[in-house]
Ligand binder design. Structure first.
Ligand code: GDP
Length: 435
């Protein structure tokens, strides 16, 4: 696919433009770079043509020195990876030294560079914007990424470079996505920091971002995966209720975007009503789940503490209780890699497809061993089972009286499935159909 990179110094409005370009399509935003989180990838769609967009702007730092270095790096990355570069400036500040620096780097590329002067919201600003011709770029656009005025012209010009041979834009979306969810102070940020180091905190201060979740691409245990978190963004909220409201909204978004939800609980506080509602939401949406009982170091232990705790917790999680529970201490780095490994196992379990013949061998025997009930004098007969070609495991049982198979028997069938095949952490859907 065709790739466009947005470069420029911080606060010129790169993220706003990035979000606007992606708006048409609501693509998943992938953060490619792991530790430094200095790039965001997305797909834009304009008049039926798609292209990749790289926002190089995640970097926030206070030292001018670091700034300059980072921005040069940004520009270089853009020149390497992109087919076209959008160089963004801000009419409100005029041309700054940093802009000149970036321009110097960009003048060396043979790729097209579009100079975009942002925040051109009125005629006064239009006049002021003409100053930017002095940077010497042939293609110059004046726009307001906030209001969207002028972005149409920019997009028209961008897609004029795209030919059918370039192919569709694609994001790497088939890698496991794990959402880290939990109440405030349960240890989400600490977990992320333990996994990637403190540098990620830099991102929590991006000004004016509208993104509710952050995706970070990892490679551990020779495996690629994406962590989705909501911890880095602290919205300014005047009252506590607002804060909580937004944290729930973000949690729901993170669940939607994930394959596996890693739900963190505070060992001392136990599971809360809100944890349970997120848990059942994840189950309803067919997401894999791993439960982390964090701050386990604070619990005084006797012989069966973990076992008893787990038993109690599973009672609360019922009916969906075939889920891994891991006792972690993020601060003491206990079992946090185990937690990730387990989440990846759950991801694999969720992809599990049972061949129809195996499924029938096992399940028809189980049905034979314990028959469905007789209703109104007619025995319920299940003749055939098949797994449906869905994203999350779902099974169709073909029978004469589908509406008469009630919860107890349904649960028996689910338990049989779970005892023969590894679906730990994965909600199962069972359907009863007439042949
Ligand atoms: P978040 O709001 O979920 O991101 O929670 P934080 O990661 O900010 O953690 C809140 C507090 O709990 C911090 O003071 C952490 O140091 C502490 N904390 C996190 N994990 C653990 C743990 O496993 N054990 C103990 N004792 N404290 C922890």
């Amino acid at each position: 696919g065709y790739t466009v990179a947005i470069v420029g110094r911080p606060n010129v409005g790169k993220s706003t433009l990035f979000n606007r370009l992606l708006e048409q399509r609501k693509a998943i935003v992938d953060d490619q770079s792991g530790v430094t989180r200095d790039r965001q990838y997305g797909i834009a769609d304009w008049n039926g043509k798609t292209f990749n967009v790289i926002d190089t702007g995640g970097f926030v730092s206070n030292s001018d020195d670091v700034f300059e270095r980072e921005i040069r790096k940004q520009a270089k990355v853009a020149m390497e990876e992109a087919n076209l570069i959008i160089f963004m400036c801000d009419v409100a500040t005029g041309i700054t030294d940093l802009d000149e620096d970036v321009a110097d780097v960009l003048r060396r590329t043979s790729k097209p560079v579009y100079l975009v002067v942002n925040k051109v919201d009125n005629s006064q600003r239009q006049l002021e914007a003409t100053e930017f011709y002095s940077l010497g770029f042939e293609n110059i656009f004046f726009l307001s990424s906030m209001s969207g005025s002028g972005t149409g012209e920019l997009l028209d010009a961008v897609v004029s470079h795209i030919t059918p041979e370039m192919g569709e834009a694609t994001l790497e979306t088939d890698i496991p996505k794990i959402a880290i969810i939990g109440q405030p102070n349960v240890g989400k940020s600490s977990l992320l920091n333990a996994l990637i180091g403190d540098e990620r905190n830099i991102v929590s201060d991006i000004a004016g971002t509208t993104r509710d979740t952050i995706h970070t691409h990892y490679n551990m245990f020779q495996k690629d995966f994406m962590l989705i978190d909501t911890a880095g963004i602290r919205r300014k909220a005047k009252v506590q209720e607002d804060l909580e409201f937004y944290s729930v909204i973000r949690a729901i978004k993170a669940v939607d975007e994930a394959d596996v939800v890693m739900l963190l609980l505070d060992a001392e506080k136990g599971i809360t009503a809100q944890d349970l509602s997120i848990y059942s939401l994840a189950a309803r949406k067919g997401k894999g789940v791993v439960v982390l009982v964090n701050k386990w170091d604070l619990i005084e232990k006797a012989t069966n503490t973990a076992r008893d705790y787990e038993k109690e917790l599973k009672n609360r999680l019922a009916p969906f209780s075939d889920v891994p529970i891991i006792f972690t201490s993020v601060t003491e780095k206990q079992r946090i890699f185990k937690a990730i490994e387990t989440a990846l196992e759950v991801y694999e379990n969720r992809l599990r497809r049972i061949p129809t013949s195996t499924l029938n061998d096992v399940m028809l025997k189980a049905i034979e061993a314990y028959h469905p009930p007789v209703v109104r004098g007619i025995p319920i007969r299940i003749k055939y089972v098949t797994q449906l070609p869905t994203h999350t495991p779902a099974f169709a049982f073909f029978c004469n009286l589908p509406d008469d198979v009630k919860t107890p028997y349904r649960n028996y069938l689910e338990n049989q499935l779970r005892s023969h095949f590894d679906f730990r952490g994965v909600p199962l859907k069972l359907f009863f159909r007439k042949k």
